[in-house]
Design a protein around this ligand. Structure first.
Ligand code: AMP
Ligand code: MG
Length: 339
């Protein structure tokens, strides 16, 4: 465990009253270039992992410490595997080699690529992890973007159907040169999902795990729903609306997360795969549903599709709801939220 994590955990322990038998435990940390939060209700019934040496009388604060460390480690593990910024990541390996040959990948990444492909197909390509073939030419910190001629040149490499997945061999192969993939629109939701199931397996019944705009919930907040705020898209510290939720996941995609403005035009991190330009039909999309991976990818998808097409897609999917903020800052709710 890194020194930083140890220090943070020590701090957390001091925040907890000694010998308390049941209480909320909260912790936040940075991972995947964003802030992650974990909060859960810990009581005597919580069985922290199957450890044969597990002292039955393991102290309350130690249980909290182990669970938080496990959540952190899981988030960092997924980041190491899927980050485009780490040369050693499995994702970087794919981007280096998959255009030249079939690359053997882990079952875990294989399944996530399969899910991404499914969402691409159901969204008619609005969600497309090969957006990165052009997406990597944007640098929001340095306020640089590809020229129109670079976009035109790279546009044929945005094509999710050119990702060939072979289940028996567990391989990925790009059938078009110049393809790059990026999981920024789905990996945080997946990480939230993994951490929630880790907490659930340890016996936790009430929990919140978030990574940036992706939040997953276990149960309620002890008799009350959790209240998840959707950020005001143009006022950093304000909330546009609070949504009461239990046992569900919510993901928000906004044009305010990573962007720069040039000649009055906002260039931000959600790219329309058909144009290679930022999507500008709406300013914020939140999607609610059971599966954190799906709600993450769907919020990005609906953002690209915009109000009319995006809401039509959500209204066709019985398991998902959406809240969209349009360019005039008006809120729109999917059918299931209107009752
Ligand atoms: P989110 O914050 O979940 O909406 O995801 C935004 C991230 O998704 C961006 O930072 C990119 O990494 C990635 N992304 C951008 N455009 C697309 C797209 N059209 N399809 C899939 N992923 C995308
Ligand atoms: Mg998303």
């Amino acid at each position: 465990m890194s020194k930083v994590i140890k220090l943070k955990l020590t701090f957390l322990l001091f925040c907890m009253p000694f010998f308390a038998n049941a209480q909320w435990v909260k912790h936040s940390f940075k991972v995947m270039g964003t802030l992650s939060q974990v909060e859960f209700w810990l009581d005597e019934s919580t069985n922290v992992f199957d450890d044969p040496s597990n002292e039955l009388d393991i102290s309350h604060s130690k249980k909290a410490q182990r669970l938080i460390a496990a959540v952190e480690q899981e988030m960092f593990r997924i980041d190491r595997q899927m980050s485009p910024y780490k040369k050693q990541s499995e994702l970087s390996l794919i981007n280096r080699e998959a255009a030249n040959k079939a690359v053997i990948i882990s079952a875990e990444l294989f399944d996530l690529l399969k899910t991404a492909q499914h969402i691409s197909a159901m969204s008619d390509g609005a969600f497309d992890i090969t957006y990165a073939s052009i997406g990597y030419q944007y640098n929001y910190r340095e306020k640089t973007r590809p020229s129109q001629s670079s976009i035109i040149k790279a546009l044929p490499a945005i094509n999710y159907t050119a990702i060939t997945l072979n289940k028996e061999q567990s391989t990925v192969h790009f059938t078009h040169q110049g393809i790059k993939i990026d999981l920024g629109g789905i990996a945080k939701g997946y990480a939230v999902k993994r951490c929630l199931s880790l907490l659930k397996n340890a016996g936790i019944k009430h929990a919140l795990v978030s990574a940036g705009g992706d939040t997953g919930l276990l149960g309620d907040r002890h008799g009350r729903p959790w209240l998840v705020g959707i950020k005001h898209p143009r006022a950093e510290h304000k909330t546009a609306v609070n949504i009461p939720l239990e046992n569900e996941a919510i993901s928000t995609s906004g044009d305010y997360e990573r962007y720069f403005i040039e000649d009055g035009i906002r260039y931000h991190h959600i790219i329309n795969p058909k144009t290679g330009d930022s999507a500008r039909k709406v300013v914020s999309v939140s999607v609610i549903g059971q599966d954190p991976t799906y709600v993450d990818a769907l919020s990005t998808t609906v953002f690209v599709k915009g109000l009319v097409e995006g809401m039509a897609l959500i209204n066709k999917l019985p398991d998902f709801e959406a809240i969209i903020i349009d360019n005039q800052r008006r809120l729109h709710y999917s059918r299931g939220l209107q009752q």
